[in-house]
Design a protein around this ligand. Structure first.
Ligand code: GLN
Length: 478
């Protein structure tokens, strides 16, 4: 068995039993980065202190000192989440050279449990995109076929995990950015319930939709990471005060078979779904039926408004959030004859095409005379979408949907057609609009490319979702 086939739990057990050293773990991951990153482009920066930190862990162990539970385990972090002392670029020219002055809360919590940050991962600029092609560092490549996209915007994190360059990773998900790359790369990726995980230290894209979440090769690792990063945070007033359960213990110890009531919304299984993806997913549904879970077709009638309202709301919030990048407060500057010209030059020069498009559209939908027609309507549609889900969760435990309508597409295929790109998110944006948790579960391959299914749960039902996913991981071979 290769080192990267172990789970977080197993690695930390071996470490404490002194059967493996932290330095060996970190060296192994660094050597895979060395071998694969130049081709796959998963990392924007690698932590030069990682090995030193691992040495310190080993020294503590050999002195017989108590160490934190997950000491020495290497985690990758999307480059829009702050790690103190490291660059946070958001894959944008405007932030290159910006060194974070504090840890994001999720990062601080991981650090306290001993995790080592191995590097910062590639992404679409400011998390705006579905393929990681809108990165000023160039696209990440799909490990299953480097001519194809990794999905986005957390493409670098998913590639790092899928190709063994990190034990697991953090991503952020505003409209699918954890689930879509997880699906394209064949790994697990969870967008938690809105408010489960603090957004403090995450560079804001669309604040009412953004969540940080884990990407990993197995369900246990997702459960451990979620337990660590969740919980109320005084620095993020939208975090929930709900107590956080130990998700790992829940799935690991509570092994009695459960039965589930599963809803399949017809709007997610219609014409837009490609034949290749459908075939793999239907085989999986057959497995669920064999296990006698109740599976029924339902309707979420307002699904057709999800993409338009998502993009209006996301762009509106983005146009306001990105106002802070003005050449004064963060990152780089292009001088001008006046203050205003300096701001125009800086933003004109350093924002990429897609970011500019969104700032412009976002400003437009919020402007006087148009606000009621666009932004307000989108908010109303959002409420209808929320109510659709509420109705379904009265009778069902989970909603199952595809994560992506297609297999991973070719690099360059959609980059010139924003609307086509936006439609990649057709199945993932609704849980963000509703604030619901959603998990990509890899369930098979078509033409050598991974296919994932999306498990959507009720608010704060991550424990049951992970238990279901754990059952699938153990029982279903795809
Ligand atoms: N692709 C979607 C967008 O561009 C979602 C991105 C995300 O979740 N960060 O907005």
């Amino acid at each position: 068995m290769k080192l990267e086939d172990f789970s977080i739990f197993e690695l930390s057990y071996l470490l404490k039993k002194r059967q493996i050293r932290a330095v060996e773990i970190v060296e192994r991951y660094l050597s895979i980065i060395e071998e694969k990153n130049s081709k796959l482009n998963a990392f924007i920066s690698v932590n030069e202190r990682a090995l030193e930190e691992a040495k310190r862990v080993d020294e503590s162990i050999s002195r017989g000192e108590a160490i934190p539970p997950y000491a020495g385990i290497p985690i990758a972090v999307k480059d829009n989440i702050n790690i103190k002392g490291m660059e946070t670029t958001c894959a944008s020219e405007i932030l290159k050279g910006y060194i974070a002055t504090y840890d994001a809360t999720a990062v601080r919590k991981l650090r306290e449990k001993g995790f080592i940050f191995i590097g910062k991962t590639n992404m679409d600029e400011f998390a705006m995109g579905s393929s990681t092609e809108f990165s000023s560092f160039g696209p990440s490549r799909n490990p299953h076929d480097p001519e194809r996209v990794a999905g986005g915007s957390s493409g670098g994190s998913a590639v790092a995990v899928a190709s063994g360059m990190a034990q697991a990773a953090l991503g952020s998900d505003t409209g699918g950015s954890i689930r879509l790359p997880a699906s394209f790369c064949g790994v697990y990726g969870l967008k938690p319930t809105y408010g489960r995980v603090s957004r403090y230290g995450l560079v804001a894209y669309a604040s009412s939709l953004d969540q940080i979440g884990p990407i990993a090769r197995n369900v246990e690792d997702i459960a451990i990471l979620l337990s660590v990063i969740s919980g109320w945070d005084e620095n993020d007033s939208t975090t929930s005060t709900m107590p956080v359960s130990d998700f790992f213990e829940y799935i690991f110890e509570n092994r009695d078979r459960e039965t589930y009531r599963i809803a399949l919304p017809e709007e997610y299984w219609g014409e837009g779904l490609s034949i290749e993806v459908r075939k793999v997913l239907e085989e999986f549904l057959g497995f669920l039926k064999m296990n006698l879970f109740k599976i029924e077709k339902v309707s979420l009638p307002h699904t057709k408004y999800a993409i338009p309202s998502y993009y209006i709301i996301a762009m509106a919030e983005a146009s306001s959030n990105l106002g802070r990048f003005d050449g004064v407060r963060y990152g780089r500057r292009v001088e001008g004859r006046t203050f205003r010209e300096m701001i125009e030059n800086t933003r004109g020069e350093f924002f990429g095409e897609e970011v500019k498009r969104r700032v412009l559209l976002g400003t437009f939908v919020l402007s006087a005379g148009y606000y009621e027609d666009y932004y307000l309507k989108a908010q109303k549609a959002r409420t209808l979408i929320i109510n659709d889900f509420k109705n379904i969760f009265r009778e069902y435990d989970f909603v199952l949907a595809p994560t992506s309508p297609t297999l991973p597409f070719r690099i360059g295929e959609k980059i010139d057609d924003p609307l086509k790109m936006y439609l990649s998110d057709i199945y993932t944006v609704s849980p963000n609009l509703a604030g619901l948790p959603a998990l990509n579960i890899p369930v098979g391959f078509s033409n050598g490319l991974p296919v994932g299914i999306q498990l959507i749960g009720n608010y704060f039902s991550e424990n049951r979702m992970l238990k279901f996913a754990y059952f699938v991981e153990k029982e279903y071979s795809g």
